[in-house]
Design a binder for this molecule. Structure first.
Ligand SMILES: Cc1cc2nc3c(=O)[nH]c(=O)nc-3n(C[C@H](O)[C@H](O)[C@H](O)COP(=O)(O)OP(=O)(O)OC[C@H]3O[C@@H](n4cnc5c(N)ncnc54)[C@H](O)[C@@H]3O)c2cc1C
Length: 350
C-alpha cells in the first residue's frame, strides 16, 4: 500500500493528548504517522466513508475537532446526571434503507450496534386534546385517520399504495452514486405514471398534502413529518417530503439501542479494528498537500469531509460506498447551516 507522509501534520495530532473520549476511541497516539487517508471531522457520514475505506485496506486517520466523535449522531449527558440524550439525530429510518445497514455490509452488530423498532411509530397530540398515532399495522393507522375523516383515511391508504409502487426507484437513486445509474427523472419517465411523479416531486409538500387530505388534524400529522426534514414544506421541489409518513409506515422509525450515538460508536470501533485511528479535540485548520495539488478529493457540506488520497484507482464499489452516505449528509447540511449550530457546551459529556 502506498504510504503518505504528512509528518508535520499528523505528528502534531498524534502526540497531543486526548481530552475526552466517552466512546471507545483509542487513547493512544498512532503507532506510525503514516496514513493513506486523512479525514477532517468525524460525523457519521465521514465515519461511514472512512469505515469503507478502512475495510478496503486503506489506513485512515480521523481528526475530530470536538471532544466526542459522531457530529450530530451522538448520545451524551446533556441534562440530568445519569440521563443520556441524543444530541441531534434520533431515528435512523432512512439509514436503514442504506446498503450499509440493509445488507449488513460492515457487520456493525459485531461492534455493538443493535436497532430497536418501536411500535407505535409516531404519536402526535393536538392542542384540542385529540391525537393521531401511526402504528406499524396499517389498518390500525387507518382507524386513527378515520377518527377525523374517513375520506382522509382512504386517501392515506391510497397514498401509501402509490408510494410503495414507486419506492424502489426513489430509494434506488438515493443510494446510487451520481454517474453510476440513470438519473431519477429519466427513470420516472419510463414508468407508466412517471409524469405524475415528476410533477409531484416538483411541487411543494404542502401542495400535495393540501390536495390529498381535507381534515386539519390529518393534514397536520402528514405535514409534521414533512417538516422534520427542516425544509419549509411550502417550498417548491419538496414534494417528496409529503411521503415521509408513508415511507415510515413499513420501515418504522428505528433507533439504536442505547441512543443514536451507538451508531458512531460502533463505526469508531470498526475503524479502529481495521487499523484506523480517531483523534478528538483536533480541529483541522488547513490541509497540507504534498504534491501541491489535489488528487481525488471530495468536499462535503456540513461535515467538511475531505478525503485525501494519493494516486490510486478508485473502484466502482468503493466510490459507491461513499456516495451511499449522501442523504443524511444533505439533510444535516441544511439543518446545521440554517437552524442549529452545535456549541461546545452542547457537546460536553461529564
Ligand atoms: C436537532 C436535529 C435533529 C435531527 N434528527 C435527526 C433524526 O432523527 N434522524 C436523522 O436521520 N437525522 C437527524 N438529524 C440530521 C443528522 O443529525 C445530520 O444529518 C447528521 O448529523 C449529518 O452528519 P454529517 O456527518 O454530515 O455531519 P455532522 O454530524 O455535522 O458532523 C461533522 C463533524 O465534523 C467536525 N468538524 C467540522 N469541521 C471540522 C474541522 N475543521 N476539524 C475537525 N473536525 C471538524 C464536527 O465537529 C462534527 O463532529 C437531525 C439534526 C438536527 C440538528
Amino acid at each position: 500500500m502506498t504510504k503518505i507522509s504528512r509528518r508535520g501534520f499528523v505528528k502534531t495530532a498524534a502526540l497531543a493528548p486526548l481530552a475526552l473520549t466517552p466512546f471507545s476511541i483509542s487513547q493512544q497516539a498512532p503507532k506510525e504517522d503514516r496514513f493513506d487517508i486523512v479525514v477532517a471531522g468525524a460525523g457519521h457520514n465521514s465515519m461511514i466513508a472512512a469505515a469503507y475505506l478502512a475495510k478496503a485496506g486503506y489506513r485512515c486517520l480521523l481528526l475530530e475537532g470536538r471532544p466526542i466523535v459522531g457530529g450530530g449522531v451522538k448520545t451524551a449527558q446533556l441534562t440530568l446526571k445519569g440521563f443520556k440524550d441524543d444530541v441531534c439525530s434520533t431515528a435512523h429510518t432512512f439509514l436503514l434503507d442504506n446498503p450499509m445497514i440493509k445488507n449488513d455490509e460492515l457487520k456493525l452488530g459485531d461492534y455493538g450496534l443493535e436497532y430497536v423498532d418501536p411500535d407505535p411509530i409516531f404519536h402526535i397530540p393536538f392542542a384540542d386534546g385529540t391525537y393521531l398515532t401511526q402504528w406499524r399495522d396499517l389498518d390500525r393507522t387507518y382507524s386513527e385517520f378515520a377518527k377525523f375523516s374517513k375520506k382522509d383515511a382512504a386517501a392515506y391508504r391510497k397514498m401509501l399504495a402509490e408510494f410503495d409502487a414507486i419506492k424502489p426507484i426513489l430509494m434506488g437513486t438515493s443510494f446510487t452514486p451520481i454517474g453510476f445509474g440513470k438519473p431519477l427523472n429519466d427513470q420516472l419517465a419510463q414508468q407508466p405514471r412517471g409524469k405524475l411523479w415528476q410533477r409531484r416531486l416538483a411541487m411543494s409538500a404542502w401542495e400535495i398534502i393540501r390536495d390529498t387530505f381535507e381534515e386539519e388534524h390529518c393534514r397536520t400529522f402528514i405535514l409534521y413529518m414533512s417538516h422534520l426534514a427542516a425544509e419549509p414544506p411550502d417550498a417548491p421541489m419538496t414534494g417528496r417530503l409529503a411521503y415521509g409518513t408513508a415511507r415510515q409506515q413499513h420501515s418504522g422509525r428505528p433507533f439504536p439501542k442505547g441512543g443514536s450515538g451507538v451508531l458512531t460508536q460502533a463505526l469508531a470501533r470498526f475503524i479502529e479494528a481495521h487499523n484506523g485511528v480517531l483523534l478528538t479535540n483536533k480541529w483541522v485548520k488547513r490541509l497540507m498537500i504534498e504534491s501541491g495539488k489535489w488528487e481525488n478529493a471530495w468536499a462535503w457540506n456540513a461535515a467538511m469531509v475531505v478525503l485525501i488520497v494519493r494516486r490510486r484507482r478508485w473502484s466502482r464499489r468503493f466510490t459507491s460506498s461513499i456516495w451511499w452516505t449522501w442523504p443524511l449528509a444533505n439533510c444535516g447540511a441544511r439543518i446545521s447551516s440554517r437552524v442549529w449550530t452545535p456549541g461546545r457546551r452542547n457537546m460536553r459529556c461529564s
